[in-house]
Write a protein that binds this ligand. Sequence first.
Ligand SMILES: Cc1cc2nc3c(=O)[nH]c(=O)nc-3n(C[C@H](O)[C@H](O)[C@H](O)COP(=O)(O)OP(=O)(O)OC[C@H]3O[C@@H](n4cnc5c(N)ncnc54)[C@H](O)[C@@H]3O)c2cc1C
Length: 356
Amino acid sequence: MRIGIVGAGIVGLATAAALAAAGHEVRCYDSGEPMAARSLGETRIFRTAHAEPGMVELALRAQRSWQRWEKQFGTRLVDPVTTVLNGAEATVRATAMQAAGAPFSLRDDAAGLGLPASDPRGPFLVDAGGGVINVTAAGCGLRETLGSQVRAHDLVRGVDVLGADHVRIAADSGAWDCHAALLLAGAGTPALAAAVGIGGVPHGRWHSHRFTFALRDASARPPCWLERSESWRAGVTSYQHLVGPGRWAVGASVPDADSAWELGRDGTRNRAEDIVRAYVAEQVDGVVPDVLDTISCDSMNLGDGLGFGRSGPVLALWGDNLMKLAPLLGELLASAALDRDREVRDDDVPHLVATE
Ligand SMILES: Cc1cc2nc3c(=O)[nH]c(=O)nc-3n(C[C@H](O)[C@H](O)[C@H](O)COP(=O)(O)OP(=O)(O)OC[C@H]3O[C@@H](n4cnc5c(N)ncnc54)[C@H](O)[C@@H]3O)c2cc1C
């Protein structure tokens, strides 16, 4: 079959690779450079710790998919430093992990965990399967595998359904007729999906910024850390992890009013930087509170929510925090595109809206 994919972020590339491996002719379009929108940057956090057993099970399956990619690309893609989550949510997520059979421990204090902060508030959930995803290596591996099937700087202006097995993709490089199309275009998905009758894709966009600091101990290898206690300031939580030797990234979930789309990228970056620098200076004594670099992009503010829709031969997937699930999403979406009788099952994609 010929299958077109709109979007060469991690989800589009993962899906294209799964389809190409099954012998299908694939074109994966991106309006800009692949992996340069929501998939931008060197690293992300992998975790199985979620609030609901269905999501934990999905993450456990994704963990096996990451291991398959590691074998295929011959390199480590998830550095197993573990992931720690603290605050009241820790017990909720521990319950979900127990129900799903994911390995974890729950403890009252942070002694021995290696977090770069001297006095974080518990309880602490240690997600034994968590770690740092090497996004650069995953993206490079996928692009090498796909070669010229990835079409960079080729904007898709529209996708038309011409029959049960006939889709026309109108791209800047020209029109391409194929049997099915997948809309995996991040911020571009709502408009493309609406035009083919896939409703319900959230349109909301918020700015998201992540800042890198130097670890005082350059040889330290702290676990990834989801600081959810709000002990520093109500409404502010953060996610933190090692992005490279001696380099510690901190992103904050700030109030909607500080990340609203209308405020623009620079305005929201300044607000987020003020919040993160103040938090780091007061609470994260293992890092030097000077920003070394920043990555910025947009998000839908869905937390761990994701959704899926189909209109005949066109499929769409949207959501946030998709990196950790990407190789599995690629496999699921490839099989959904090939098998018209098989919808992506409810237990494959359990969240249509945010629940966390
Ligand atoms: C700072 C930050 C930290 C994050 N931390 C984590 C984390 O720790 N763990 C985790 O799991 N996730 C995390 N995420 C989320 C995760 O990175 C994203 O959910 C994931 O990368 C999204 O991938 P995607 O392929 O869906 O979208 P994208 O990477 O945005 O890819 C979509 C692509 O479609 C292209 N496109 C759009 N419209 C068109 C069009 N009309 N024609 C052609 N191409 C088009 C875009 O150029 C883009 O490259 C984080 C995100 C950010 C920004």
